[in-house]
Ligand binder design. Structure first.
Ligand SMILES: NC(=O)c1ccc[n+]([C@@H]2O[C@H](COP(=O)([O-])OP(=O)(O)OC[C@H]3O[C@@H](n4cnc5c(N)ncnc54)[C@H](O)[C@@H]3O)[C@@H](O)[C@H]2O)c1
Ligand SMILES: [Zn+2]
Length: 355
């Protein structure tokens, strides 16, 4: 399958190419046309990506993980690129997981006031979610992604051949974001996922390609409408945060060590689905159906921290909440979501005690 999705609206222009075994040629094509190309490459996959013999290219290896989304690594990598004499005509290509894409996207948007930028996501999570939509960011001790910009890559390459070396744990993490897209937006897609989950988790090519394509299209439908998350309604880009209000707080509480992003948000989605149920938005039958599906996929659904006051404290510090009120993107049916404004923090705490 080769597909190119072009997005052009009044605010931005970008394109997403889905093509197998194409990473070397993609980088080659960019480097032939440009003077200096800086490839920031996840060192875990350096032996799986062949960049030998490509001219005009500087490769910088970096070990991926949530810890690289920090002010410290931002400073070190930026200074390294300056030392290597990066200039305004240079191109930056990020090849790696979502953490690398988030960090390098932020660097590309700020270094020399913005450089042309390409993304080659290499985890399932980054292919279905983080490489799409132009958000980047790094973390601070006060919370996740508190520093960042909106900056669209010129082009994204989705190459599923690179996913073969992913661990089962990382495949499931990526699946969390796929099922999120189905839960907030597309009931039929959720039914299809229920039927095809085993094949998908075993990386069956055609099933995987369809799931990735559907996920990207759902995410894009929100991004096109509301690139900078200005809307506060059911079409807002914020709908993509389903599971993330709780999930980000869990990640932050455990200092990004106990759970990876996908695991934290799968606990977040089940917890927020239970909140939806308590508020009378989601029926018990639908909630059970979601829980059964998560259990079947062996996605995480619970951690004891969700019952502790500490979690509420972390949530209220989040940039998306105001004072003691918490904004949630909840689901009201499978495949349909609702922006729930200003739920009082004490009420949320009470609900969490009863789930
Ligand atoms: N910008 C956005 O819109 C957005 C959306 C969703 C998530 N995110 C962010 O994405 C990050 C999570 O991304 P992630 O799950 O890709 O994590 P990650 O970047 O840490 O990658 C996970 C692990 O997989 C390894 N890896 C990468 N490619 C591999 C391959 N092909 N084979 C084997 N191993 C490989 C990495 O080295 C790392 O150890 C979080 O920081 C999250 O906040 C951002
Ligand atoms: Zn996410």
């Amino acid at each position: 399958m080769k597909t190119e999705i072009k997005i052009k609206n009044k605010n931005f222009e970008t394109s997403i190419l889905i093509k197998k075994n194409h990473i070397s040629n993609f980088v080659k094509n960019i480097s032939y046309k440009n003077e200096r190309v800086f490839c920031i490459l996840d060192s875990k996959i350096k032996n799986k990506v062949n960049l030998k013999g490509i001219k005009n290219i500087n490769v910088v290896n970096i070990q991926c993980g949530e810890n690289i989304k920090s002010i410290d690594v931002f400073k070190k990598l930026t200074e390294k690129l300056i030392k290597l004499k990066i200039n305004r005509k240079s191109i930056i290509i990020a090849i790696g997981g979502g953490t690398l894409g988030d960090l390098v996207g932020f660097i590309a948007s700020t270094l020399l006031r913005g450089l042309e930028f390409y993304l080659i996501p290499t985890t399932l999570l980054s292919q279905v979610d983080s490489s799409i939509g132009g958000k980047n960011g790094i973390n601070t001790i006060y919370g996740k992604n508190l520093i960042g910009t909106f900056y669209q890559p010129k082009k994204v390459l989705i190459d599923i051949s690179i996913l073969k070396s992913l661990s089962k744990r990382e495949i499931k993490a990526g699946y969390s974001e796929i099922v999120k897209h189905a839960l907030i937006n597309d009931y039929i897609f959720f039914c299809w996922l229920e039927r095809n989950i085993n094949k998908l988790l075993n990386l069956n090519k055609s099933i995987l390609e369809k799931a990735i394509y559907k996920s990207i299209m759902i995410k894009l439908s929100y991004v096109k409408n509301d690139e900078k998350e200005n809307l506060l309604n059911n079409h807002s880009r914020a709908m993509l945060n389903f599971g993330h209000t709780i999930g980000h707080a869990i990640e932050n509480h455990y200092n990004y060590k106990k759970f990876n992003h996908g695991e934290a948000i799968s606990i977040g989605m089940i917890t927020e689905a239970k909140i939806s149920n308590h508020l009378g938005l989601l029926s018990c039958d639908e909630l059970n159906r979601i829980v059964i599906h998560f259990k079947k996929c062996k996605l995480k659904i619970f951690d004891r921290i969700i019952k502790e006051k500490k979690l509420i404290k972390i949530i209220t510090k989040d940039k998306k909440n105001f004072k003691d009120n918490i904004n949630f993107s909840l689901i009201n049916n499978i495949g349909s979501s609702i922006f729930y404004k200003k739920l009082d923090k004490d009420k949320v705490y009470k609900i969490l005690q009863n789930i």
